[in-house]
Design a protein around this ligand. Structure first.
Ligand code: FAD
Ligand code: EPU
Length: 337
C-alpha cells in the first residue's frame, strides 16, 4: 500500500475544487485494510469513493483513504433472482449498465448516479421512486474500531431517506469493501410512478418499457436538468428535501399555496427544497464563482475556479434565507469537509 504526499484533490471531487490533502492511500483489496490501523495512528482521515457527494471547503490536513476495491461475482442464483457481490471501488453507473446487460432487473431507476458502489449504501442513494436499500442484501466492510471484517444485513444498516447507520453510529468507523445486491431475473412490474418519469414515458409513448428502456428514460431526464460534473462542477442535490410535520405543512400551504408536499408513512410531509429555493428567486443566481444551477435550484455549481469555501458560503446563505422565509432548516446532503 503506497502513501502519496501532498495530493491535489481536484480530480477526486465532482465540484472540481482544487484543495490539497496531506496524503492519500489507495485501498485495492482487503489485505491493504489490515495495515491501515498502523498507518493512520492518531492522524485525521477521510474515506473517499469518487468524491461526488463531498465538498472540500479547505485543504485536508490528514490522510485520504481512497477505496478502489474492484470485482463483480454472482454469489447465488435461481430462476427468479440473482445475488451479486460487487467491489466498493466499482463505478456505480457502469455496474448498473452491466447488470442490465446481463438481463437483471432492479437498478434501472438508479441509472447515471455518479460515484462508487461502496458509497451507495452510505446515504442510501435514491432516484425516480427507488432507493438502493430496496436492492441491498448486505454490506461487507472493515470495522476500524474493532479492527476486523464484518457483514451487516440490510435491516442492520438502518436505511432511511438519504441516511443509514454509516452516516450515524458508524460514521468514519466502517469501510465498505463489498456490497451484496439481490436483483430479479424474472421481472414483473417496473417502477414508473415518479412524476417526471411517468410524464416522460407518456410523452414518448413508452407504454410498457423494459428495464433497459426505463434506464434510458431516466438517463434522458437526468441529462435534461442535472449538470454533467465533467463540464460544470456539482454534487447533485446539495440539500435533502426537508420533512415537516402535518401542522407545519398546513400552515406553510396556507402561506404558499403552490408548495407541494408528499405525505410520508408517519403522516409527516416531504417538501421540495428545490421549490423553496426557486421561490426565493435564487435559481440561476451567481455568488462569486459559485452558483445555483439554472435548471435545478437544489444543485449548487462551480461556475469555474470556485473555491470550496465560496460554495460552502453560498450553501450557508441559502440555509439562512430558507430559514428566514419558511422557518425550515435545510440539511446538507453533501458531506462538507
Ligand atoms: P464520496 O463523495 O466519495 O463519499 C460520500 C460519502 O461516503 C463520504 O462520507 C465518504 O466518507 C463515504 N464513503 C465513500 N465510500 C465509502 C466506503 N467504501 N466506505 C465507507 N464510507 C464511504 N445521490 C442520490 O442519492 N441520488 C441521485 O439522484 C444523485 N444524483 C447526483 C447527480 C450528480 C450530477 C452528482 C454529482 C451527484 C449525485 N448524487 C445523487 C450524489 C452522489 O452521486 C452519491 O452520493 C454517490 O453515492 C456518491 O458516491 P461517491 O463514491 O462519489 O462518494
Ligand atoms: N422543483 C422546483 N424547482 C427546482 C427544482 C425542483 O420547483 O428548481 C420542484 C418541482 O416541483 C419538481 C420537484 O421539485 O417537480 C422535484 O424535482 P426533481 O424531480 O428534480 O427532484 P428533487 O426533489 O429536486 C430528488 C433527489 C435527487 C433525485 C431526484 C429524482 C433529494 C435531495 N434529491 O431531487 O437526488 O435524483 O429527486 O428522484 O432527495 C441527489 O441526491 O443528489 C439527487 C440528485
Amino acid at each position: 500500500m503506497k502513501e502519496e504526499s501532498l495530493v491535489s484533490l481536484k480530480e477526486f471531487n465532482s465540484f472540481g475544487v482544487d484543495s490539497v490533502a496531506n496524503s492519500m492511500v489507495l485501498i485495492e483489496n482487503e489485505q491493504d485494510l489490515k495495515q491501515l490501523d498502523e498507518l493512520i495512528g492518531t492522524k485525521k482521515f477521510l474515506i473517499l469513493g469518487e468524491g461526488s457527494n463531498t465538498l472540500f471547503s479547505q485543504d485536508f490536513d490528514g490522510i485520504i483513504i481512497k477505496i478502489a476495491i474492484r470485482g463483480w461475482e454472482v454469489k447465488d442464483e435461481n430462476e427468479e433472482a440473482v445475488q451479486l457481490r460487487v467491489g466498493a471501488g466499482e463505478n456505480w453507473h457502469e455496474f448498473v449498465l452491466k447488470s442490465l446487460d446481463e438481463g437483471f432487473q432492479g437498478l434501472e431507476n438508479l441509472s447515471l448516479i455518479p460515484g462508487s458502489v461502496g458509497a451507495a449504501p452510505i446515504q442510501n442513494i435514491g432516484a425516480y421512486g427507488v432507493e438502493v436499500s430496496n436492492l441491498i442484501d448486505s454490506v461487507e466492510g472493515f470495522d476500524l474500531i474493532g479492527n476486523g471484517f464484518k457483514t451487516l444485513m440490510s435491516p442492520e444498516c438502518e436505511f432511511g431517506y438519504r441516511s443509514s447507520i454509516f452516516k450515524k453510529e458508524l460514521k468514519d468507523k466502517f469501510i465498505v469493501t463489498r456490497v451484496n445486491f439481490k436483483l430479479n431475473k424474472k421481472w414483473g412490474s417496473l417502477n414508473t410512478e415518479y412524476r417526471s418519469l411517468s410524464a416522460f414515458l407518456k410523452k414518448n409513448k413508452m407504454d410498457d418499457p423494459d428495464p433497459r428502456s426505463l434506464s434510458e428514460a431516466v438517463i434522458s431526464i437526468r441529462n435534461s436538468k442535472l449538470p454533467d460534473p465533467k463540464k460544470i462542477g456539482n454534487a447533485g442535490s446539495f440539500f435533502k428535501n426537508p420533512i415537516v410535520d402535518k401542522e407545519r405543512y398546513k400552515s406553510l400551504k396556507e402561506k404558499f399555496p403552490m408548495l407541494e408536499g408528499f405525505q410520508q408513512e408517519d403522516g409527516s410531509f416531504k417538501v421540495f427544497a428545490g421549490w423553496l429555493i426557486q421561490n426565493l428567486g435564487w435559481k440561476g443566481k451567481k455568488f462569486g464563482n459559485a452558483g445555483v444551477h439554472s435548471e435545478q435550484a437544489l444543485v449548487l455549481v462551480n461556475l469555474g475556479g470556485a473555491k470550496g469555501q465560496e460554495i460552502r458560503e453560498l450553501a450557508m446563505k441559502l440555509i439562512q434565507e430558507v430559514k428566514k422565509e419558511y422557518s425550515i432548516e435545510l440539511e446538507p446532503e453533501v458531506r462538507i469537509v
